[in-house]
Design a protein around this ligand. Structure first.
Ligand code: PMV
Length: 331
């Protein structure tokens, strides 16, 4: 089985690098409609199940890489200490490229990495997906590697699982794969669009989550009795979701996304100690969405590893839903 370093080397070794003066890349944030929760391999960050997401359009991360005298990480205009958790993760990721490329390019410079999230503070959307996807794309350009979409998604996954999907736009399918070395665990875009589908972000809390998704996944896989049925649930939900997207069946899409998200949270709550990412306001929004639906409004929700709610609805209902949830940001 490969280490992260060996994995990166296997992908990058097929490409001949040369250093550019500067490279800038953007990647969108994404929201999973069929969730990824649980790793089959921690070292290579490989998921237990497939997952499926949709991108958040212009909301995401732009990253620029340029040579410098010493390494620097600038996040949203502020230079971070290199022992800051985020900066250390970024440099560790950059080194996966740098160490491989090093052998081919002499006099390799230190790097200045400037990363800007335009996801509004408090939108309740994680930036690790768009962040590592943008960083991967910027490194690919900076070293003139010409990685394919599949290779970019394989590399981005070493930063975060959801980043693998943020390499592409639109609906994106992430394969869990079965190869112990992870070479078949990539993402690919689905060739369909759904312009009437809208996503509304409701921020309950903009605070960083108490338990990271990495730790939360480990705890759930190790201790939750409900996790035993999760892979089968994902398989069933995925079949429904693919059919819903193909047929543009909004009810099937929304109901599948909502039950998939709530089942993921049930699995977490059954862990020891229990993992509950919801705030009382999250519960209140869930009840309100379900009540509005009983009254005939086609409205569904999904929730990631945090308290914030993402509403799923059709463009024609935007006005009604905005009236019910005035704080919602429509994508
Ligand atoms: O990519 P990570 O390690 O931040 O995990 C993402 C987990 C969820 O957002 C809850 C689900 C998903 O598929 O994005």
């Amino acid at each position: 089985m490969l280490t992260r370093k060996e994995f990166a080397k296997q992908i990058l070794a097929n490409h001949t690098p040369s250093i550019k003066e500067k490279a800038t890349a953007f990647a969108p944030a994404n929201i999973a409609l069929v969730k990824y929760w649980g790793k089959r391999d921690k070292e290579l960050n490989l998921p237990v199940t497939d997952s499926l997401s949709i991108d958040l359009g212009n909301l995401g991360t732009e990253t620029t890489i340029e040579p410098a005298d010493k390494d620097a990480v600038i996040l949203n205009g502020t230079e971070l200490a290199l022992d800051n958790t985020f900066a250390a993760k970024v440099i560790d990721f950059v080194n996966l490229f740098r160490n491989t490329v090093n052998q081919a390019v002499a006099n390799q410079p230190a790097l200045r990495i400037t990363t800007d999230n335009n996801i509004p503070t408090g939108a309740g959307v994680a930036s690790s997906a768009s962040g590592f996807a943008a960083l991967t794309k910027a490194l690919d350009q900076f070293y003139s590697l010409g990685l394919s979409g599949r290779e970019l998604s394989l590399m981005a996954n070493l930063g975060s699982g959801s980043a693998s999907r943020s390499i592409f736009k639109g609906f994106v399918y992430r394969h869990a794969g079965t190869d112990p070395n992870g070479m078949d665990s990539y993402s690919e875009p689905l060739s369909c669009t759904w312009p009437e589908l809208k996503i509304g972000l409701i921020t309950v809390s903009a605070k960083a989550k108490r338990v990271s998704s990495r730790e939360g996944m480990e705890r759930t896989v190790a201790t939750s009795p409900l996790y035993k049925t999760w892979p089968q649930q994902v398989q069933n939900d995925m079949a429904k979701m693919l059919a819903a997207i193909k047929e543009k069946d909004f009810e099937l899409m929304g109901s599948t996304a909502e039950s998939n998200a709530l089942a993921m949270h049930e699995c977490m709550r059954a862990a020891t100690p229990p993992l509950n990412y919801f705030e009382p306001e999250t519960e209140a929004i869930i009840s309100k969405v379900q009540k509005l639906r009983r009254e005939g409004l086609p409205l569904y929700l999904t929730i990631d590893a945090g308290p914030n709610v993402k509403l799923l609805f059709q463009e024609k209902d935007t006005h009604t839903i905005k009236t019910e949830f005035p704080d919602m940001r429509v994508i």
